[in-house]
Ligand binder design. Sequence first.
Ligand SMILES: *Cc1c(COP(=O)(O)O)cnc(C)c1O
Length: 351
Amino acid sequence: MVNRDNFRKIDPYVPGDQPDFADMVKLNTNENPYPPAPAVIEAAERFSAGRLKLYPPTDGGALRRDLAAYHGVAPENVFVGVGSDDVLSVIFQSCFNSGRKLFFPEISYSFYEVWAELYKVPYFKVPLKADFTIDADDYIGKENGGIVIANPNAPTSMAMPAADIERIVAANPENIVVIDEAYVDFGGESVLELTRKYDNLIVVRTFSKSRSMAGLRIGYAIAQSELISAINDVKNSINSYTMNFPSIEVGKASIAEEEYFRTTIARILKTRERLVSELSKLGFVTFPSSANFIFTTHKTVPAKEIFEKLREKHIFVRFFNKPLIDNYLRITVGTDEEVDKLVAALKVIIK
Ligand SMILES: *Cc1c(COP(=O)(O)O)cnc(C)c1O
């Protein structure tokens, strides 16, 4: 029998459930409720599968070039990966090797801790303020081996001002600061422009949320070329051909559809406002969201109970059974129809 000492023991990241019921309302993994842009669907249908006999370009090819043009940087400033999880994972392996502690917020994307454990990066989980906001001063004047912050943060949904991030980046010139902008298109202030000014800043983005393309798996990082080149070296030491031809072709089509992208986001923001106001009438208290999800708690009914009762009705939201946040629900902003179903169910549950 195999000796289990051979196995790596690790507490894995636990993704949100991917339930599959015809009647479900799925508001638990922050997907975009709207389909990808029409041009994206066309590009997917037009894809010529004969090309699959060849290896794709190792650097994302035309997708990398188009992303660079879209953001007004050079292709050498762009690293493309299989979703931002892949990009962040490679960054964790490439950028935090000083032996000093990596800093990230105590309440944030829980994958950060999993990667730190997996890649044996020492780390410190920086407490949030009592109101769940991030205090930039906690990242200034403290010895560290790098910093990772999601802005807007997850699951709190709240954004930090770009000026606070710049203070952190400027105060840590020797350490790499990664800003995970997975939700920035829904109301956060991006620091992408600051990558021109600071050689220690990496901004990470994804097609999964604002571009309705979670299923395709595209993420990218923008930074100065020396950093991108270091990240590329590690990627090429793991798997050179990460970006497949369909991802490159279909991803390119999304970048060209700016208007659809903006319209979809505007709809989500409108629905978000309505969701928050409906929930407030039912006794929920919700943090100010800059994302396509909200973080909310009820004045009297425990979050776990609401989560379970919603699940019985095939309405899925996210509940984290973790210290500090175990009386909150993270709810993705769906379509207006989905939000109506949620609110109707909550009226019964809250009574
Ligand atoms: C969703 C999410 C990601 C990962 O998204 P991908 O689908 O892998 O691009 C990264 N960071 C945060 C904070 C997220 O919420």
